[in-house]
Structure formats: C-alpha cells, structure tokens
Design a protein around this ligand. Structure first.
Ligand code: GLN
Length: 387
C-alpha cells in the first residue's frame, strides 16, 4: 500500500455530513452550497448535452470558455492572461491544485500552508509526496506576517499556498499581507499557489485582491486557482480553472491531460454562459450572503459561541470552549445531538502544531436557502437558552 497515505483519512468535513444525515440534523458542516444554479448556466449545459457537444475538449479546455475567462480575469481580477497559453480549465479547482502539486514539485519538497487551512490542501500535498510546512497564525485575526512565514521555512521549501477569502476563517488577505508573502517568495524563490475559489463572496464592500495582480514579480511565480462551484452553486459539477505564466501552465496542462483528460465538456459550455451574467447577479449574491452571514453570526454571538466574523467566503468559525467538551469533535457531535445542527470540528483545519489547535472551535457553513438557515439559527438559539 502507498506509504504516503499513512495517517490520512477522509476529512471530518465528510464524516460530519454522514453523521448529520444519519441524525437528520441540518447540515451546516460540509460546504455543500445547495442553492439554485443560475438558469442560463443550467440551460446552456442541457443544450450542450442535447446537441451532443459532449466529446473531449483540449486538456486546457474549450477555447471559447478560455477567452471568456481571460476577459473576466482582466476585468475582475486585474490579471492579464493569454487564453491560448496561460489558462487551463480543470475538473474542479481541486484538480487544478493536483496539477500544481504534480506539475511543479518533486516528492520531498516543502510547501508552506498557513493555518487554519483547507484540509484538502494538506492531504493532497501529502499524497503527492510533498511535505506540508505549517505557518501558525494567531487567532482570532489569523494575520499573515513575514515573520510567521519565515519561521516555517526550511531548505526544502519550494512553495506557498494562499487561500483568500479563506476557508475556514473567512479572512481575506490585505495588500500588506500579500506583499509580505511576496517578499518571502522572492527571497526563497517559491511558487505561490493561490486558492481564490470564494472570490465572489465578499462582505462590507471589501475588495478581493488576487495576489498575482499585485506585481509582475508575483505574477511570474504564481498559479492562481479559481472555480465556478461557489459562484454558480454547482459544487458537484467540478469546474475550475488555473492561470499561470506559460512555462508553468504548460506543466499543468500536461498533468491535467494525464490525470483527467479534460473537464466535463457540456458543463464547460454551461459555465461559459455564466460569464455573460450581469454584475447585478454578483451583487445580489453578495447581498444574500451578507444577510445569511449576519443571521448565523448573530445567533452564535447571542448564545455565547463567539464567532470570527467572516470578511469573505461562507463559513464561520465559532468558539465552543464554553461547552467544556474534551475535543472539538466531541463538541460538534454534542452540539449536533442537542441542537440538531451539524458543524465541522475546528481540528479539521489545524495541524495541532501551531499556536491554535482548533480544539475550541467548530466551523459552520451558511451556504443554504434562507428558510433552512433561519431554522438552524432558531435551533441554535433554543439550544443556547437551555445550556
Ligand atoms: N469546500 C467544502 C468545505 O470545505 C467542501 C469540501 C468537501 O466536500 N470535501 O466544506
């Protein structure tokens, strides 16, 4: 058996979905995002299937979709990308990350991962033979600093993963934090891999900054990973994309071809229609998510599970230490049994080696329809009144 899988197991994100289904609880654990797909996106995919536009695309994806992505990158992200050479449409942003791991790194290479992290970054890196090097950030702000990055560097370090807006903390990197990351990346000659899957979900007028847009030097060493799962509520479609300078993109394309052949073709045609949606679609989505954030953050504050108010994305970390449970997993299970609302134990997002272990935290996902979320908030308040 593959030695690299030693100690790895499916994430608690998955385990909690199974536990929630078994208990009939409202699942605010896994980021499932069961909201309606924009009709134009769904219809374009259905049309593609009906018209038998269902054979392989190039490994880097449909040309029309890539040119739409390039236009969007220039307009929204401030990234200039040539659709012929710099963009790869991938089988979800997770596939883009896999292509990066296998295309740019060798087994034994170290990769810096600030925590709290999205556990799949860690697990996938280990499966590829890389060594995750955790950058412990201090709760509750989880600010990325040059010192914290420097402290985690070893001679083996070759890459840095940045997730903004962050799953699970909801933090968004500021320009200063990105500059700190750039200084370290320049000094130690690191690739910078950015996971920006939650780019369209931001609050309070905060601007999402794509690290690759901040300087030519940063762009030259960055792979920007984006996706459509969250923006169009199509987490099961598996449609994402990566942007990188041509020499790096070439490597990613090669791995994407070998591992996946191409992203699902009719679904590529579907998301292409999404790039024509007006700005008002994104504004409404942001406004809806802001209301949902306030609903859940309000309930958690009121019942004494102090939340880390998210700046972006659709997760909220809450402090459950007042429950006195031995572990975060115990706290999440107890909360689910007593309130009927499932969350994910905070330990799914921490290595246990940093300043914060996640033991006193759980994560809630609020990418849900309003009635479901209102019911969840009510259940949490009812639970809070009795404990
Ligand atoms: N990104 C989502 C989350 O963090 C879903 C992850 C998953 O299903 N593996 O919950």
């Amino acid at each position: 058996m593959n030695q690299r899988l030693e100690g790895l197991a499916q994430s608690d994100i998955r385990a909690m979905t199974k536990a929630a289904n078994a208990a009939g609880a409202i699942n605010l654990g896994q980021g499932i995002c069961d909201l309606p797909t924009p009709p134009s996106v769904a219809e374009a995919a259905i049309r593609a299937i009906q018209e038998q536009r269902s054979t392989y695309t190039y490994a880097e994806g449909d040309a029309d979709l890539r040119s739409k992505i390039a236009a969007k990158l220039a307009r929204v992200n401030g990234i200039e990308a040539d659709p012929e050479t710099d963009i790869i449409v991938t089988a979800g942003s997770a596939a883009a990350f896999t292509c990066v791991l296998h295309g740019l790194f060798d087994p034994g290479d170290g990769i810096l991962i600030p925590e709290p992290y999205y556990g799949y970054h860690v697990g996938a890196a280990k499966v590829a033979g890389l060594v995750p090097q955790f950058v412990g950030l201090a709760a509750p702000g989880f600010e990325l600093t040059e010192e914290s990055l420097r402290a985690a560097i070893t001679p083996a370090t070759r890459g840095l993963v940045l997730c903004t807006p962050s799953n699970p903390s909801g933090r968004m990197l500021s320009r200063e934090e990105i500059h700190a990351a750039e200084r370290i990346a320049e000094e130690f000659d690191l690739y910078v891999i950015t996971d920006e899957i939650y780019e369209s979900i931001t609050y309070d007028g905060r601007e999402h900054i794509s690290p690759a847009s901040t300087s030519a030097a940063m762009a030259a060493r960055s792979v920007t990973i984006l996706g459509l799962s969250k923006t169009f509520s199509i987490t099961g479609w598996r449609l994402g994309y990566a942007v990188a300078p041509p020499a790096l993109a070439e490597r990613l394309k090669l791995v994407h071809d070998l591992f996946y052949i191409c992203a699902p073709t009719p679904l590529q045609h579907g998301v292409a229609a999404g790039f024509d949606l007006p700005d008002s679609f994104f504004e409404e989505m942001r406004a809806d998510y802001a209301k949902k954030r306030d609903l859940i953050v309000g309930a958690l504050s009121d019942i004494g599970l102090a939340p880390v108010t998210p700046e972006g994305a659709y997760y909220v970390l809450a402090d459950v230490s007042r429950m006195g449970a031995a572990t975060a997993k115990d706290a999440a299970m107890q909360l689910m049994k007593e309130s009927g609302v499932a969350s994910v134990p905070g330990t799914a997002f921490f290595s246990g080696t940093g300043q914060e272990s996640g033991q006193g935290l759980v994560r809630f996902c609020y990418a849900k329809e309003f009635p479901v979320l209102e019911e969840a908030a009510q259940r949490l308040r009812a639970w809070g009144a009795t404990t």
